[in-house]
Design a protein. Structure first.
Length: 301
């Protein structure tokens, strides 16, 4: 018999497909968190493969800060239509209008933390008992602590010191009333794996991931794209630079990198040579040493 071995990417795909199917089997009402970023796109692509030829057995959920890149929103709508999926949008602006959260003020104000309340309200209002997320362990030290099945209490909070063991691919999704799980099928993918997998699968992405010329300002050592949400402040100079984004999020906090990588092969070369993590240009992660973990404990993605 031939000695057939799965490639590294095939093994990661098989693991993710297993997690997705296990989520559908163990939970009554799961959802897939979809931001329009590369990781959530790969996760949705894997979900499509996991359940094809049937339609996705759960909706895509986008928590909309109201400060998204235009290209991201256009891609989201096209992608959802292509998959034939159901889209549910939780609006941070609605949470502000309803008095559920207060808009931050000051020079470094952001809506990023406000997403926590909107996400938890969306989970509760639709009674989701599991929310699939595209987090990877190589992204950030707090995300490295997550299990595949990550328990949240009835307040939506995460306790990194009280997680369930996951031995022999056995996952414990038992929960009490009001509790839910976050599930991370891409946990063992790296940024390089994501790009190699997208090349293998010929997955299309928003144009923001590829190098292009754009007006930018440099703020707190971060390159921000000028838009209706990011305007130059006194003393800041608007420049035109060739940039791309390694990660996608709220336009007010998502930093770009100078780059000539306008094809997936060039991006793979660039990622291989990078010495900074992809979230190194996210200003929300720079607020403190434990910024991500603090948000995750409160119910963040």
């Amino acid at each position: 018999m031939p000695d057939y071995q799965l490639s590294h990417l095939d093994q990661l795909e098989a693991e993710a497909l297993f997690i997705l199917r296990e989520t559908a089997a163990q939970f009554e009402n799961p959802a897939l968190l979809f931001s329009g970023g590369k990781d959530s796109i790969v996760m949705a692509h894997l979900a499509y493969k996991a359940f094809w030829p049937a339609k996705l057995p759960f909706p895509l959920v986008h928590i909309d800060t109201g400060h998204n890149f235009k290209e991201t929103m256009e891609y989201r709508d096209q992608f959802v239509e292509k998959l034939g999926a159901r889209l549910i949008v939780g609006s941070v602006q609605d949470s502000i209008n309803e008095g559920r959260v207060a808009e931050e003020t000051g020079a470094n104000a952001s809506r990023n933390r406000l997403q926590i309340t909107t996400l938890l309200d969306t989970i509760e209002s639709h009674q989701f008992d599991a929310a699939l997320g595209g987090g990877r362990r190589d992204e950030e030290k707090a995300r490295a602590k997550e299990r595949f099945f990550s328990h949240r209490d009835d307040f939506g909070q995460w306790d990194p010191k009280n997680q369930r063991p996951e031995l022999w691919n056995l996952f414990n999704g038992r929960k009490q009333e009001g509790e839910h799980f976050r599930v991370f099928p891409l946990s063992n993918f790296t940024e390089m794996d994501i790009w190699m997998y997208m090349k293998q699968e010929k997955i299309q992405l928003p144009s923001l991931y590829y190098a292009h010329e754009r007006e930018v300002v440099e703020r707190n050592n971060t390159i921000l794209a000028v838009s209706e949400f990011v305007q130059p402040r006194p003393g800041e100079t608007v420049e035109v630079k060739k940039i791309r984004f390694r990660t996608m999020g709220d336009a007010t906090i998502t930093g770009a990198v100078e780059s000539d990588a306008d094809t997936i092969d060039k991006i793979i070369e660039e990622v291989a040579a990078a010495r900074q993590t992809e979230r190194g240009n996210r200003t929300d992660d720079k607020r403190s040493e434990t910024a991500m973990e603090d948000r995750k404990k409160e119910g963040y993605f």
